[in-house]
Design a protein around this ligand. Structure first.
Ligand code: MG
Length: 278
C-alpha cells in the first residue's frame, strides 16, 4: 500500500492512501490522527479503507512525513561513494541529523540558495519507523519499519566542508526531498534486485541495489536504537551510492532548471526541479 501526505485545494493538510491516480483522504475520517505519523501508530495502518477521494494530480503533495521527530541520515554507506569521497571506511555507521524544515515534497522546487555554489544531489532510500523501540536487535529490526520512500539528501558541498561537521551543508531550506509517497514495508522484498537510480535531466548518474549498503537497514536500526529511542514517524535516510555530482569529472553541480529524479524500484519516483534563490 502507498500513503502520502497532502494538502487539499482548500489548504487543509491531511494524508491518505494512494490508489492509482486517486488518493483516499484518511485525515478527515480520523480526527485522532492528525498526520500520517499519527496514523501509522493506529491499528488501521496497512488496512484497506474507503473515504473521500481526490484526483492525485489535483492535490498538493507534502513531504511523506512532514513532521518527523527525528531525521537521521547515514553518510558513506555505499562502498563506491566511500571511495569517491576519499574517506576511510568506518566500523560504525556515520550519522548526522537533518531538520524537518529542510524538507520538500515531490514536485516542489529544490532550492539552490544564493550563498552556495555547489548544490548536489544524493539519491537515497528513506526508512520510516512504525513501531517505536530502544535497543532493537537486528533480528527484530524489520518489525519496526512501517515503510520506505525515496529521498534526495540535497547537499551544499561548499557548506558541508566549512568545518569537519556536515550540519550546515545538509540542512539548507528546500533541499531534503521526500516523496512522492511511502510504500509499506512488504513492497520491498528482495533488496538485491531493488535498484535505486538517480537521474539529472534524464541522464543516469547513480545506480545501486539496496543490497549494496555497507550497513544494512537492520544494522542501522540496531545501532541507532542503541543510543536513542526510535519513535513512530522517525526517518532514517540510508546513504547514497557513488556518482554524486561533486566527484564527477567535470563536476556536475545543480543549477536552475535542472531536474533530479530519485527512482527506486517498487517504491516510487521522486522528481524535483532546481530553482535559484533570488
Ligand atoms: Mg546523504
Amino acid at each position: 500500500m502507498k500513503y502520502a501526505s497532502f494538502k487539499t485545494l482548500d489548504g487543509r493538510a491531511t494524508y491518505g492512501i494512494v490508489e492509482g491516480a486517486r488518493i483516499i483522504d484518511l485525515g478527515s475520517s480520523h480526527p485522532n490522527a492528525a498526520t500520517l505519523k499519527d496514523f501509522i501508530a493506529t491499528a488501521e495502518f496497512g488496512k484497506s479503507l474507503s473515504g473521500v477521494e481526490f484526483e492525485l494530480n489535483s492535490v498538493k503533495l507534502l513531504p511523506v512525513i512532514p513532521n518527523p521527530g527525528k531525521i537521521i541520515c547515514v553518510g558513506l554507506n555505499y562502498q563506491d561513494h566511500v571511495k569517491e569521497m576519499n574517506r576511510p571506511g568506518s566500523e560504525k555507521p556515520v550519522l548526522f541529523m537533518r531538520s524537518a524544515n529542510s524538507q520538500i515534497a515531490h514536485g516542489d522546487p529544490l532550492v539552490r540558495a544564493k550563498v552556495t555554489e555547489k548544490l548536489d544531489y544524493e539519491g537515497e532510500l528513506a526508512v520510516i519507523i512504525g513501531k517505536p523501540g530502544r535497543y532493537i536487535s537486528k533480528d527484530e529490526a524489520l518489525s519496526h519499519v512501517a515503510g520506505y520512500a525515496c529521498y534526495n539528501d540535497g547537499t551544499a558541498r561548499d557548506w558541508q566542508r566549512h568545518t569537519h561537521h556536515w550540519t550546515p551543508g545538509k540542512n539548507f531550506d528546500g533541499t531534503g526531498a521526500f516523496g512522492p509517497w511511502m510504500v509499506t514495508a512488504d513492497a520491498v522484498k528482495d533488496r538485491a534486485t531493488t535498484f535505486l537510480t538517480t537521474r539529472v535531466n534524464g541522464q543516469q548518474v547513480q545506480r545501486a541495489s539496496l543490497a549494496q549498503m555497507i550497513f544494512s537497514i537492520e544494522e542501522l536500526i540496531e545501532y541507532i536504537s542503541g543510543y536513542t529511542t526510535l519513535e513512530t514517524g522517525d526517518v532514517i535516510v540510508t546513504g547514497t551510492p557513488g556518482g554524486v555530482g561533486d566527484k564527477r569529472k567535470p563536476p556536475l553541480y545543480l543549477s536552475a532548471g535542472d531536474t533530479v529524479d530519485v527512482d527506486i524500484d517498487g517504491v516510487g519516483l521522486l522528481q524535483n526541479t532546481v530553482v535559484q534563490e533570488a
